[in-house]
Ligand binder design. Structure first.
Ligand code: TMP
Length: 210
């Protein structure tokens, strides 16, 4: 566990159902009476939300891969210092919609940047704070696309199925590399089933105290 708290992250390709799961888990954690800090990446602080706008703005189509990676890192560092570390020190459950695995999956496997250097960037930007549990929503990109509102697509969502397929494979590779931490959930199942599976993983992790 991280300090006195527990750090849970949600990961998956775009439109894999993370936001719905995050909302359900938030309710569940509050119902249990557990202290909660819920946030999303990139964002969650005033400065990080401004960086988010830069990152997702479709007008910034010319953004270079390392510019993108460093901006995600900058938004993360601000969030870690302002919110994540203090909340964990206070014994809260921190529920984050995306974190360092997104950088490895999108900028590493998706954009092709060197994983080792991205891991160094992640270390700098997190101060070594790692998730205790990561729930990975796995879904075929074609299924995710059916769920997406393409009119509202942001810069990353506009990348299309081929890019999302590389990101998905990256996530699956990370799940193989970190089987203790990353739990895979089949996101093609109903929202209720996804929610129930996620709840069980969280209960299990909290009761094991790891
Ligand atoms: P969201 O749509 O889940 O809020 O995430 C915003 C987009 O940013 C999503 O397409 C994934 C992408 N992203 C990265 O490419 N790298 C990162 O490190 C993070 C946190 C998100």
């Amino acid at each position: 566990m991280n300090g006195k708290g527990c750090f849970i992250t949600l990961e998956g390709i775009d439109a894999s159902g993370k936001s719905t799961l995050a909302a359900g888990l938030k309710e569940y954690i509050i119902e249990q009476g557990w202290p909660l800090a819920s946030l999303r990446e990139p964002g969650g602080t005033q400065i990080s939300e401004k960086i988010r706008q830069l990152l997702l703005d479709t007008a910034n189509a010319g953004m270079k891969p390392w510019t993108e990676a460093v901006l995600y890192g900058a938004a993360r560092r601000q969030l870690v210092e302002e919110c994540i570390k203090p909340a964990l020190d206070n014994g809260a459950i921190v529920l984050a919609d995306r974190y360092t695995d997104s950088t490895l999956a999108y900028q590493g496997y998706g954009r092709g940047l060197e994983l080792k250097r991205l891991e160094e960037l992640n270390d700098i930007c997190t101060g070594g704070i790692r998730p205790d549990l990561t729930l990975l929503l796995d879904l075929e990109p074609a299924r995710a696309r059916e769920r997406q509102d393409r009119q509202q697509a942001d810069r990353l969502e506009k990348e299309g199925c081929e890019f999302q397929a590389k990101v998905r494979n990256g996530y699956l590779e990370l799940a193989r590399r970190y089987p203790e931490r990353i739990q895979l959930i089949d996101a093609s199942r109903s929202p209720e089933e996804v929610m129930e599976t996620a709840r069980l993983f969280i209960k299990d992790r909290l009761s094991s105290g790891k």
